[in-house]
Design a protein around this ligand. Structure first.
Ligand code: 6R9
Length: 651
């Protein structure tokens, strides 16, 4: 789709008056400076944090080892920066407003309260043997204790690994093992919309037979009784009542690890993305301040879950580092009805809403009435994250919830990037529906062709890479540096490869076209096709599985699995098998990975060397059957008729 200059939407005048960056020229000047004098630029940005010892250097890169160090020699503590300093200057300001699952139920946690709770949890962790550098796994629904525990880890220098509470016991176990966590924090159960997630039961299954996990701390979210194993399981509220609310903050090196967050890649094993202390916090705070144009009275409502990177950077660390009020939302955008987000906005006078296109698409389907019923007059900015936003959805967001007065910031980034890399600055950047627009300060995107040649100029398409380090970038994959190098720095040497395809239009605007690797973006969540395939072949009936994505109205990308059965199962009822295999993936990975379609076939399309031709399957699943590619490369061209008959979508 070609966009012309006519479709540019200028920054709202009212907005630009007070914005941190007031016009495009100012953005361009600062952007230039950030590239020409990165040390001066980031040295200045680092000053918004409180350092126990100021950094001696800004950036130190060893390109051969793929080793990046930001703010070397600097000492700081993330919890001190996110909590203590605000508790001192504005103790009564709401730090977190917890919007519970049931509508109308809220709890306000001030910076003073937060300091107290974080201190207590920190002391509990210490009493359970957690020391600086130890890993703590957190498997919690969206309860305040999740934020307390993350900050408590940061306070004592422990490394948190939050696992989204929608993951299965097997997925949780794999992450506990890989990170070597010795303490697990969970809840008796977690309400989410009309359902309850049995977090403790899942956690019990996950640690079955593991001696590595010494303590399980259990948040009492509801009155539900759960089995508690003696000398291993402890109620967190009981433990907290035994400890004081003060706990000294460890002085951490800027490059000490802050957290591990698992994400999907092209191989079956999830990757433990590691972020460190100084660079991550400087980057989260700086991007948050500029891209959401944060003002002192903002109430920031990011409707994501803390289990994803969006939650880490823009529910917790970015907002709290800047002393902003942040909302933690326990429910879903459609519970009890499609008006829920707007009701929270009105109840809390939220000024910013940050959500994913998949949520917007689900709301659009329910009609504008739900939106119009609310006032939304507190809102001044709307953000989008997680997947490409279709131009029609962008326009709806702008015109209906935003009433044409709120700028839309479409923010492109990844778990590995720690913070937003491409997005408009709301007071400065003219926007185009569907484009994430221009790079943030210090970010140098390059487009590269499949042979690794950098594509210069505008009006071009290629693989999106980043030519230089930025403070928030992941430093490694936990315990697997070689895999980090191979995944991100080997396809195009000395460039960070994002895995996304991208177009740079005539105006130099970036349009993310989606993943170009074996990762699917399902409802804004990353899923490796290999992960789903291994879940399927783990089922006794499955001989082989090939998983591909296809365009899906609500989810962006749907999951389609082509499966061949073992001989003993070839006469089984197809309906039952399809149901069993969907359940299998749900069980092994979690509900978000459940295939939309399972297609049982007698053979998969393979080359003579045995490689599955996924591109062909992708086209079949998407209904693009005119140009399937060269069928003569198939070892057995006869499989094609069956694939076309069964695999092509019927609707
Ligand atoms: C923050 C987050 C990263 C992948 C990324 C890309 C897609 C995220 C996007 C977007 C187009 C945007 N993505 N934001 N695509 N426009 N504004 O989502 O991290 O879960 O690691 O996913 O999501 O494909 O590579 P993560």
């Amino acid at each position: 789709m070609t966009q012309t200059k006519d479709t540019l939407i200028q920054p709202k005048e009212q907005f630009s008056l007070t914005a941190h960056v007031k016009n495009l020229e100012e953005y361009q000047r600062l952007y230039r400076k950030s590239l020409d004098q990165p040390e001066a630029f980031w040295g200045e940005m680092a000053q918004q944090l409180t350092w126990f010892h100021k950094p001696d250097t800004i950036l130190d890169v060893d390109a051969d080892q793929v080793d990046f160090s930001w703010f070397g020699g600097g000492k700081l503590n993330v919890a001190f920066n996110c909590v203590d300093r605000h508790a001192k200057t504005r103790p009564g300001k709401p730090a977190i407003i917890w919007a519970k699952n049931e509508p109308g139920e809220y709890q306000v946690i001030t910076y003073r309260d937060l300091q107290h709770h974080v201190g207590r949890v920190a002391n509990v962790l210490k009493a359970h043997g957690v020391r600086k550098g130890d890993r703590v796994c957190i498997y919690l629904p969206m309860v305040p204790e999740l934020a307390y525990t993350m900050l408590a880890c940061a306070r004592i220098g422990a490394v948190h690994s939050v696992v989204f509470a929608g993951f299965s016991s097997e997925a949780l176990r794999e992450r506990i093992l890989d990170s070597g966590a010795k303490v697990l924090v969970t809840a008796n159960e977690g309400p989410r919309g009309p359902k309850f997630v049995a977090t403790k039961a899942i956690a019990d299954e996950a640690v079955e037979g593991l001696t590595q996990v010494e303590s399980i701390l259990v948040v009492r979210r509801t009155s539900k009784e759960v089995p508690m194993r003696m000398d291993r399981d402890y109620w967190l509220d009981v433990e907290m009542s035994k400890h004081r609310g003060t706990c000294p903050a460890e002085w951490m090196d800027a490059e000490d690890p802050l957290f591990i967050l698992y994400t999907s890649g092209s191989t079956g094993k999830p990757k433990g993305v590691l972020h460190t202390t100084g660079g991550y916090l400087v980057y989260a705070a700086t991007t948050f301040r500029y891209i959401f144009d944060i003002q002192p009275d903002d109430v920031h409502f990011c409707a994501a879950d803390l289990g994803w990177v969006t939650g880490h950077s823009y529910i917790l660390y970015g907002p709290l580092a800047t002393g902003t009020t942040t909302v933690m939302f326990e429910s879903t955008p459609t519970y009890p009805d499609a008006g829920r987000l707007w009701q929270v906005v009105d109840d809390l006078k939220a000024t910013i809403l940050y959500t994913a296109p998949t949520a917007l698409r689900a709301l659009i389907k329910e009609g504008d009435g739900w939106v119009k019923k609310s006032s939304r007059k507190s809102l001044r900015l709307l953000g989008s994250v997680g997947e490409p936003i279709n131009p029609e959805v962008w326009r709806w967001y702008h015109d209906v919830p935003g009433e044409g007065r709120c700028p839309i910031v479409d923010t492109w980034w990844q778990t590995e990037t720690g913070g937003i890399l491409i997005a408009p600055l709301p007071g400065a950047t003219p926007t185009k529906p569907g484009s994430a627009t221009l790079p943030f300060f210090g970010v140098e995107p390059v487009l590269v062709d499949d042979e690794g040649r950098v594509i210069e100029g505008n009006g071009v398409t290629g693989n999106l890479c980043l030519a230089r380090s930025w403070p928030g970038q992941a430093r490694t994959l936990y315990g697997h540096h070689q895999r980090f190098v191979e995944t991100y720095y080997s396809r195009f040497p000395r460039l960070y490869f994002t895995g996304d395809g991208c177009r740079r239009d005539e105006d130099g605007y970036y349009w993310i076209t989606g993943r170009v690797d074996d990762v699917l973006n399902v409802s804004g969540h990353r899923l490796g096709t290999a992960e789903v395939e291994s879940a399927l072949v783990a089922h006794e009936s499955v001989a082989e599985a090939a998983v591909v994505g296809f365009p899906h109205d609500l989810k962006g990308t749907g999951v389609c699995a082509f499966v061949t059965m073992k001989p003993d199962y070839q006469d089984a009822s197809p309906e039952q098998m399809v149901g069993a295999l969907k359940e299998q993936v749900r069980h092994v990975i979690g509900p978000i990975a459940t295939p939309d379609r399972v297609v049982l076939v007698n053979g998969l399309p393979k080359t003579r060397s045995g490689k599955i031709l996924r591109r062909m399957l992708r086209k079949i699943a998407s209904g693009e059957t005119e140009n399937l590619g060269d069928a003569t490369t198939l070892a057995d061209p006869a499989v094609l008729d069956e694939l076309l008959a069964k695999g092509t979508p019927t609707q």
